[in-house]
Design a protein around this ligand. Structure first.
Ligand SMILES: [Zn+2]
Length: 276
């Protein structure tokens, strides 16, 4: 049984500030220790359920937050940038399940610690078929293409509430309750890891989703940016259109979830040019 794990950082127990999760930050070394602890708990839980191969994709910021020699399960590590499929780089149809570890809520969610949707300085809101979505649902486009179920999501309570709206819903483990965007009540890391271990095991056994996520033909993504300039820049790409009467919003879509995700990543990269 082969498990694909995409790690973010904001959703780890004890994390409430960018200073803990960006290279050079005062508390970065503590932050990465907390992330590693939760990741290894998930791998250990999966091992207990019979998994025997792991690929970990470090998906946060510079994407080199994990010490390769300290990963359990002799996991292969995908790190560094640039990665064409970004938070989902390295997934293919040979995997049996996907875990999202340390994920966070969408930019506009309430009491969501360090919330954002890919780029907090560009994207105000992302919607798929009219519903506001976070990173888990956007990344689900890639899972749908390869036909791999999303089995486990960990993060704060807001993240779990968002992620479990996916169909079929993944098993969720909440490790903290957001007080505000920059404050939280976190489980002790030992308890967070215990719950993630148990959650990972369940996610591959009794609670395993029956199928990969799927998206109807003609799926439509809308992105609202912080400025109109960003939306206008996105509309340079064929197939991406400005939404009438909404100068900060573009729409794109189609029948192929991977092509939709690739367009999304292109817009994320493109609009970086306009971030102040
Ligand atoms: Zn993120």
């Amino acid at each position: 049984m082969k498990v694909y794990i995409s790690t973010d950082f904001e959703g780890v127990a004890g994390i409430v500030d960018w200073d803990q999760i960006l290279i050079g930050g005062h508390d970065y070394e503590m932050g990465r220790r907390l992330l590693l602890g939760e990741l290894n708990a998930a791998i250990d839980g999966a091992l207990a359920a019979g998994a025997d191969a792991f690929v970990v994709n470090d998906s946060h910021s510079t994407m080199r937050n994990l010490p390769p020699d300290e990963l359990h399960g002799e996991a292969t590590l995908i790190s560094g940038k640039h990665k064409p499929l970004y938070m989902m780089e390295g997934l293919d149809a040979t995997f049996d399940a996907i875990f999202f570890i340390g994920y966070h809520g969408s930019m506009g969610a309430s009491q969501a610690v360090l919330s954002h949707s890919y780029n907090p300085r560009a994207i105000w809101e992302a919607r798929i078929n009219g519903e506001v979505v976070g990173e888990a649902a956007l990344n689900a486009l890639v899972a749908a293409h390869y036909g791999v179920p999303i089995a486990l999501v960990t993060g704060d309570e807001a993240t779990i509430a968002e992620a479990t709206r996916l169909a079929p819903p993944p098993h969720g483990v909440a490790v903290k309750r957001g007080v505000s965007r920059t404050a939280a009540a976190s489980l002790h890391p030992t308890e967070a890891r215990r719950r993630i271990h148990q959650g990972a095991r369940l996610a591959l056994t009794e609670a395993k989703p029956a199928s990969a996520p799927s998206f109807a033909p003609g799926t439509r993504v809308e992105l609202t940016f912080l400025t109109a300039d960003m939306a206008e820049m996105c509309a340079w790409i064929p197939g991406v259109e400005l939404v009438a009467g909404q100068p900060r919003t573009v729409a794109f879509g189609g029948d192929d979830p991977l092509a939709i995700f690739r367009t999304f990543v292109t817009l994320v990269m493109l609009t970086r040019a306009l971030v102040e």
